[in-house]
Design a binder for this molecule. Structure first.
Ligand SMILES: Nc1ncnc2c1ncn2[C@@H]1O[C@H](COP(=O)(O)OP(=O)(O)OP(=O)(O)O)[C@@H](O)[C@H]1O
Length: 443
């Protein structure tokens, strides 16, 4: 028995389907509009969504995007007229499992449903143990990101993921793999930034015993380990020129040659790469091969910096509080308004990784249920104070005052609010410090 949500505006046809599928042991919920279906999937669990393509308030694609953005991977079958088949194929690239053309043949429908449910079972395990600590976000920029991921995932295109440090490039690469046809095969991640020049080639392509000093045994490379699946090369800009040549050859000819071996080994690997910086600069400086770049860049995904993700920041703060409560056995339920203001105004150069660390520390330092400003690192407050300085103001007096205020706050934090010590560090006497603190409203 499966719980099936049917989204179909032709009510006579929908009731026919309901009768037929109920007879075949399924539990059916009927809706006629996309908006109603959004509400239902947010609040109830379904095993399958059976949706019409053209609906009174939009097209079926919207439900696919919405469910995938919510991190729900329930199988979706699109029902479409023969004329819309091309669009239905596109819907599969966006994450629908299958489509069926109208008029619907009952036996075909049962078969498609059976196949989709079987695929769902094989995906559930992965969704459980790899995705539960991750969220996608709800900003427009996150919507676009996951739309691109859903579009390119099922293809075999090489993808470059570009983004600042800690923006979630590895998570995006894993998502691409999980949504691809290769999901049942290995996902192998290599941090090229951590590989020494000498070891990179052996790590990627393997070596035979005696290939170089220290090669005591044959070793399989990661290309072979990822065979049939996906190889994720993080910080690909760090690979030496010689390894870049070998990599290009492996991609073009689909064979690798372990160091010291004359044997060629056929490999079928999809490559996803990530880089912090713009590889185009490295190309113009002659450090990265342009031909390899084009081979790797069949599709580019740009990961947004956390500071550009709007309301996602708050979602991530809450998400990480939940994870830290669980991991550290705490019960933080809210954040004081001052602490929240600092979290929301900080510019997060280390992105999600930095946020996750800051929240973990904050939760650890909060025995009660409200996190306070004192649980945040001093440097964050200094940085937020400095950001609010009027950078381009021409009012010299105001700029000086703002500077003075920021320096005093900063020094007080450094001196752990010991005013004699702070006065000494600022090279002023205690009385002057008190007067300035009062004038600038520093507590
Ligand atoms: N969507 C997400 N939801 C929750 N946590 C996330 C998400 N994406 C990334 N993270 C967390 O943020 C941190 C950084 O993620 P990840 O390693 O994928 O970033 P990266 O861009 O590859 O970093 P680097 O540039 O340092 O290689 C990790 O701790 C990861 O668990």
């Amino acid at each position: 028995m499966a719980r099936i949500l049917i989204l179909e505006d032709d009510t006579t046809f929908a009731q026919l389907l309901e009768g037929f599928l109920t007879k075949n042991g399924h539990e059916i919920t009927l809706v006629t509009h996309i908006k109603q279906s959004f509400k239902l999937i947010e609040n109830q669990e379904f095993d399958l969504l059976l949706i019409d393509y053209r609906l009174p308030d939009g097209i079926g694609f919207e439900l696919i995007t919405h469910t995938r953005n919510l991190g729900i991977f329930t199988p979706i079958i699109i029902m479409t007229s023969f004329n819309d088949v091309r669009t239905a194929v596109k819907s599969m690239q966006m994450g629908a499992f299958d489509y069926i053309t109208k008029p619907v043949n009952p036996d075909e429908l049962l078969m498609v449903i059976k196949n989709s449910l079987a695929k769902k079972d094989s995906q559930d395990i992965k969704a459980e143990d790899t995705d539960s600590d991750f969220i996608k976000g709800k900003s427009a920029i996150a919507d676009r990101l996951y739309e691109h991921i859903a579009l390119v995932a099922p293809t075999d295109m090489s993808v470059i993921i570009q983004g600042e440090s800690g923006t979630g490039k590895e998570f995006a690469a894993r998502t691409l793999h999980q949504q691809s046809k290769r999901s049942g095969k290995p996902f192998v991640a290599i941090d090229c930034g951590a590989l020494s020049k000498d070891l990179a080639a052996s790590e990627l392509f393997g070596h035979v015993k005696g290939a170089f000093t220290g090669a005591l045994n044959d070793k399989k490379g990661q290309f072979e380990a990822a065979n049939g699946g996906t190889l994720f090369l993080d910080e690909v800009g760090n690979l030496s020129y010689e390894v870049q040549i070998k990599l290009l050859r492996a991609l073009q000819e689909r064979v690798i040659q372990p160091l010291g071996s004359t044997k060629q080994i056929a490999v079928d690997v999809r490559i996803i790469t990530a880089t912090n910086d713009d590889l185009l600069n490295s190309i113009s400086e002659g450090e990265f091969r342009e031909d390899l770049y084009h081979r790797l860049n069949e599709f580019k995904i740009q990961l947004p910096a956390l500071r550009d993700r709007g309301r996602d920041l708050e979602l991530f703060i809450n998400h990480f509080i939940g994870l830290s409560n669980r991991d550290l056995n705490r019960n933080v339920k809210s954040i004081s308004p001052e602490a929240k203001a600092v979290l929301l105004n900080y510019d997060w150069p280390g992105n999600l990784r930095e946020l996750s660390n800051v929240i973990k520390r904050m939760v650890l330092l909060t025995p009660g249920d409200v996190a306070q400003l004192s649980a945040l690192p001093d440097e964050m407050m200094i940085s937020v104070n400095q950001q609010t300085l009027p950078g381009s103001s021409s009012d010299l007096k105001a700029v000086n005052e703002q500077n003075e205020k920021a320096i005093i706050s900063e020094t007080l934090i450094k001196a752990k609010y010991n005013k004699s010590k702070a006065a000494k560090m600022l090279n002023i006497d205690r009385k002057t410090l008190y007067a300035k603190m009062e004038r600038y409203g520093i507590e």
